[in-house]
Design a protein around this ligand. Structure first.
Ligand code: NCD
Length: 322
């Protein structure tokens, strides 16, 4: 990030370890400052008056609100539409390219885009680039969700104190979930990372991700059931540090009624097999794959994780709009 300013945020692979370190330092500074009301106004002049558009073709709560809040805390102004598939001219048949071209005419500094097609953010960035407008990928279909991955990695760093030498279970719907994909790309940059993918056979992580791991010599294995990954974890050298769980993305499935059974539900009984200093993460929204009773377990980090997200996004905005 030093030197050349990064204009767009499109995929996890664009960040190197130094970028990430700097970004996390800036995030720490923001979090510290925002503990006091004086600190809260400290950053406002930096991006004062800059304009963010948020255009979301798929549902979102956390990503949209945390980006908008991050922008407003930094003195920016925000205009946006959610449900853009219906409420933008997309319903009239306008292409994404035309929509972005037109939005750029209104002089935004950044467009935060969530879209149902993989590669949409890259397409938008070709247009944004011509106008000097930053594009942030806030999730593109089954593609990626890089800002979520950064906040996920930040959570690991905060909660465990390190990002090297960790054993991470990534589980749930790994075929359709973009957050796990983006997180794997980031984790593959660290030393001594071991990954255990847990999913039903029909929801396994994509071959592109496995090839990336092989190429970068990251150890990984696949299991069908979480209990098999956790039981005897120590004897198998798998003493898990992080369980990253995800929901079944029914809206992306041909057979949305498919039943994957109780074995994908994290309960207090499952948690009893996880070591005391491990953490349970989830990008949220949670449906029923983590039982409500788990929320009071101090290892349940998912709400803290969402909280870190706004600060990571503030640091990102500061970086790309400086
Ligand atoms: C995720 C997403 O949109 O990919 N949500 C989020 O941004 N935190 C996860 C999901 O929808 O399951």
């Amino acid at each position: 990030m030093k030197g050349v300013v990064m204009r767009h945020i499109l995929r996890s692979q664009q960040f190197n370890r130094t970028d990430i370190e700097e970004l996390f330092k800036a995030t720490d500074t923001m979090r510290k400052a925002f503990k006091s009301s004086l600190g809260r106004v400290q950053f406002r002049p930096r991006l004062l008056g800059k304009l963010m558009f948020t255009i979301f073709y798929e549902p979102s709560t956390r990503t949209r609100f945390s980006f908008a809040a991050a922008a407003i805390h930094l003195g920016m102004r925000v205009v946006g539409t959610d449900n853009a598939r219906e409420f933008s001219s997309a319903i009239k048949g306008e292409t994404l390219e035309d929509t972005i071209e037109v939005l750029c005419q209104y002089l935004p500094d950044v467009i935060v885009l969530r879209h149902h097609e993989a590669g949409a953010a890259e397409r938008a960035a070709l247009i944004g680039e011509r106008h000097g407008v930053s594009i942030i990928n806030a999730g593109d279909g089954k593609g990626q969700h890089p800002t979520q991955a950064l906040l996920d990695l930040y959570t690991i760093k905060q909660e465990l104190g390190r990002t090297d030498d960790i054993k991470v279970v990534l589980g749930g719907d790994l075929a359709n979930g973009r957050t796990a994909r983006s997180l794997v790309y980031l984790l593959s940059k660290y030393k001594g990372v071991r990954l255990i993918f847990v999913s039903p056979p029909e929801l396994r992580i994509g071959g592109d991700i496995k090839s990336h791991l092989i190429e970068h010599k990251v150890r990984f294995e696949e299991e069908t059931f979480l209990l098999d990954a956790l039981l005897h974890a120590e004897t198998l050298g798998r003493d898990i540090d992080v369980v990253y769980w995800t929901r079944v993305q029914r809206e992306r499935m041909e057979n949305p009624g498919a039943n994957f059974g109780e074995s994908y539900r994290i309960t207090p009984e499952i948690m009893s097999h996880l070591k005391q200093d491990a953490i349970l993460m989830h990008p949220l929204p949670r449906v029923d794959e983590i039982a409500k009773e788990v929320d009071s377990d101090p290892r349940a980090a998912y709400f803290r994780q969402a909280g870190y997200g706004m600060y990571v996004r503030m640091a990102l905005l500061q970086e790309i709009l400086k």
